[in-house]
Design a protein around this ligand. Structure first.
Ligand SMILES: [Zn+2]
Length: 443
């Protein structure tokens, strides 16, 4: 045990900069007592006799929150190693994820929030992690029963009929939950008019701005014709603002789609910790410069649209969509923050989207902030991320519920945690998708 990991019980951590989830404090310290923050104060006013660690080159931040993941065990230590101390699972087998949610502290995992399965229409896309609904009554029962199971939110999926949405939203919100949606075919505005609180991935925008778009899902965003929808994009961004929706664009997923079509991506340092089974399931593609260029333009178009949302003050949350696109757990949230900054947020605004703003949206006042009464989930990084979001953060330590961990130990734990991939709901789901696309390829 070194001097960092021996810190527990009552201790203080001082850094050149403390980002408290909202603003930056200079030469402050955070005082921790039994896993809870008891004070954030100038270093010179620390009480006597408290074990103190000073980190003059570093910034102390709240543990980050990844608001869009599909949890698997291998991801747990990787999230922590990169300073992500809370994740929201947005689609998984209900029983499985509820059981895992209760185990985070006994494992090297972040805290887990969950929404249960994707609530989808008849014939769900991701059968293993969805609950398909045949009609309006079944859809309403799905919301009621999912809420009663004790989830942290409700997630609606692409196959639901638009007529079902208002009653589903009312049911979920009456149970005290935010209702989020991956809206594709019927568009974001239909969802917003039904009262949906949050939309994922931006792909639903396509139905709103370019209803007659060619097949090819998100790649349509990369076509030259998409740029001609700019006036319509502005109108839709206005409407999203007026509807009070929150957006979680998961730009890291968009980013993955051009990267997995380039030759050197799989050998990159970022991919080192992604299990081969995950890459094989959906990440491994033959290098294809034409498709890569198309997807890269799609990402730029998505970032431009996020810029329109930023200009209208639409709240944004940071989510990566791990393991989709084989994006690496933890590191991809920092990538998401850089992509949000390119789209128009300041680094501080991007960090808020992964800390205080995320916690507020999720109804978790003790997370995402460094203030008295908050749980002591923190990350210490070298340098100043409020000046520039680092591509690969130099994480010195991660404190989860008052106990400090070294990233090196967490990465070693991650390497040992990949054996369970095939036995978990998303492992099974990805294997089914892979088998289906292999069968389609041989027809
Ligand atoms: Zn997702």
């Amino acid at each position: 045990m070194d001097s960092i990991t021996s810190l527990s019980g009552r201790f203080a951590w001082a850094a050149a900069r403390v980002f408290d989830g909202e603003r930056t404090l200079v030469d402050h310290a955070v005082l921790v007592q039994d896993g809870v923050i008891s004070a954030v104060l100038p270093q010179h006013s620390l009480p006597e006799g408290v074990p103190l660690r000073r980190e003059p080159d570093c910034t102390l931040l709240p543990g980050l929150i990844d608001t869009h993941v599909h949890f698997m065990r291998w991801q747990g230590p990787l999230f922590l190693a990169h300073g992500v101390t809370t994740v929201r699972d947005v689609g998984n087998d209900l029983e499985w994820i509820l059981a895992r949610r209760g185990e985070w502290e006994a494992n090297l995992w972040p805290r887990l929030l969950c929404v249960g399965p994707l609530l989808d229409g008849p014939g769900p896309v991701h059968a293993v992690v969805s609950r398909g609904c045949a009609d309006a009554a079944a859809a309403l029962a799905a919301v009621r029963e999912t809420a009663a199971a004790g989830v942290d939110g409700i997630k609606l999926y692409v196959g639901l009929h638009r007529e079902w949405l208002p009653a589903m939203v009312r049911e979920g919100q009456a149970a005290g939950h935010k209702v989020s949606m991956h809206c594709s075919g019927s568009g974001v505005l239909v969802a917003g008019s039904a009262g949906i609180d949050e939309f994922f991935h931006l792909d639903g925008i396509l139905a709103d701005v370019w209803p007659m778009h060619p097949a090819g899902w998100l790649s349509a965003w990369g076509r030259p014709e998409f740029a001609r929808t700019l006036d319509r994009q502005r109108d839709v961004a206005d409407a999203i603002g007026a509807l009070g929706m929150t957006a979680t664009p998961t730009l890291a997923y968009w980013d993955s789609q051009w990267r997995i079509r380039t030759a050197d991506h799989l050998g990159s340092a970022a991919m080192r910790h992604v299990p081969t089974a995950i890459i094989e399931a959906q990440g491994r593609q033959a290098a294809d410069p034409v498709a890569a260029a198309l997807w890269q333009r799609a990402l730029r178009a998505a970032q431009d649209f996020v810029g329109l949302l930023v200009a209208r003050g639409v709240p944004l949350l940071a989510g990566s969509d791990v393991p989709c696109g084989a994006v690496p757990a933890g590191l991809s949230l920092w990538r998401e923050l850089s992509l949000l900054v390119e789209a128009g947020l300041s680094p501080t605004q991007a960090l808020r989207a992964a800390t205080a703003a995320a916690a507020a949206f999720l109804g978790q006042p003790r997370l995402g902030r460094l203030r008295p009464g908050a749980v002591a989930d923190m990350v210490l990084v070298r340098g100043n991320p409020m000046e520039r979001i680092p591509e690969r953060p130099d994480v010195v330590a991660v404190i989860r519920h008052g106990t400090a961990h070294r990233p090196g130990c967490l990465l070693a734990a991650a390497a040992a945690a990949t054996a369970t991939v095939d036995n978990e709901p998303w492992g099974l789901q990805l294997a089914l998708h892979r088998a289906a696309s292999a069968a389609a390829g041989t027809r």
